[in-house]
Design a protein. Structure first.
Length: 240
């Protein structure tokens, strides 16, 4: 059994950290997916190669609405997971299940209308992996090692948040690369460029915040800890 700190009943920060990081990335991808679908939901007729979607704009608007709802509720669920609230785990399963079903519905629709399911595939697989992980850790033999009812304190939640922000920032910044396959019009224009500015600067901000948060969690900004570490290293050097 993986343990943390004193005693064997305290949940593992590693398992919780992995689950929470995946949850944060999944929710962020859901929000990005909602933003990316807006262009087609409100103006598919303005983009060459997407004319087949025009009669189904109402359906894509529905996808947008549900993804935004799931995404914002997901952020709330993440907060309750960090706080160790009673129904946080159950709500996380609901968010992930709805997100997965919406991804399947959009993938199926996109396949029949434009012959491609990208980049919804990415969100589908990430959501699926996250849901499977959450279902696995809900097993009686594993739950005591994770138990989201155990309230998070100190550096653990800071480390998880920093890691999630860093990874999410990298995913956001690179969206124009991994999402390009399904967003190229017949005349060669990349529709992702419509959101290039917010994607780049939003992703860059997440990367910077993630790195800063991880550095903070490491204690590098804690003057006393840094001075103590330097003093220890100096004493070892003098002895040698």
């Amino acid at each position: 059994m993986i343990t943390e700190g004193k005693g064997n009943n305290r949940p593992s920060r590693v398992l919780r950290g992995i689950a929470l990081t995946l949850m944060i990335i999944t929710v962020l991808l859901t929000i990005i997916g909602a933003v990316g679908t807006v262009c087609l939901a409100v103006g598919a007729e303005n983009y060459k190669g997407f004319e087949a979607l025009v009669p189904y704009k109402w359906l894509y608007k529905t996808f947008v609405f549900i993804k935004f709802a799931v995404g914002f509720w997901g952020f709330h669920v993440i907060y309750t997971l960090f706080k160790g609230r009673e129904k946080a785990y159950r709500n996380a399963l609901i968010v992930l299940t709805i997100g997965l079903l919406v991804a399947v519905a959009q993938m199926t629709t996109s396949h029949f209308l434009k012959g491609s399911t990208m980049p919804v595939d990415v969100r589908f697989y990430v959501t699926l992996v996250t849901l499977v992980i959450f279902l696995i850790i809900g097993h009686p033999s594993i739950w005591p090692k994770v138990d989201f009812k155990w309230s998070r304190k100190g550096g653990e939640k800071t480390t998880v948040a920093g890691t999630a922000m860093l990874l999410s920032g990298i995913i956001t910044v690179t969206t124009p690369i991994w999402a390009v396959a399904s967003h190229i019009t017949p005349d060669g224009y990349n529709l992702v460029n419509e959101l290039a500015f917010p994607l780049f600067y939003g992703g860059l901000s997440l990367i910077i915040l993630g790195i800063a948060t991880l550095l903070y969690a490491s204690g590098i900004f804690h003057k006393k800890e840094v001075l103590s570490e330097v003093d220890s290293i100096s004493q070892v050097s003098l002895k040698n």
